[in-house]
Design a protein. Structure first.
Length: 53
């Protein structure tokens, strides 16, 4: 393509979803709650526990 022939570099794309450990963990926790795999009480306890860190 024209860009490759003339040495243009493609722009680096940033991930659309945050990939930090804590944010990923909280997202998975929320998903489990929404799917009904954990209770609201458990969800709140774990969310508070990991949000403090």
């Amino acid at each position: 393509t024209f860009l490759k022939e003339h040495g243009a570099k493609p722009k680096e794309s940033k991930p659309k979803i945050a990939t930090t450990g804590k944010e990923a963990l909280l997202a998975k926790l929320e998903e489990r709650f929404i799917l009904g795999e954990i209770s609201e009480e458990t969800y709140r306890e774990l969310k508070d526990k990991y949000a403090e860190d």
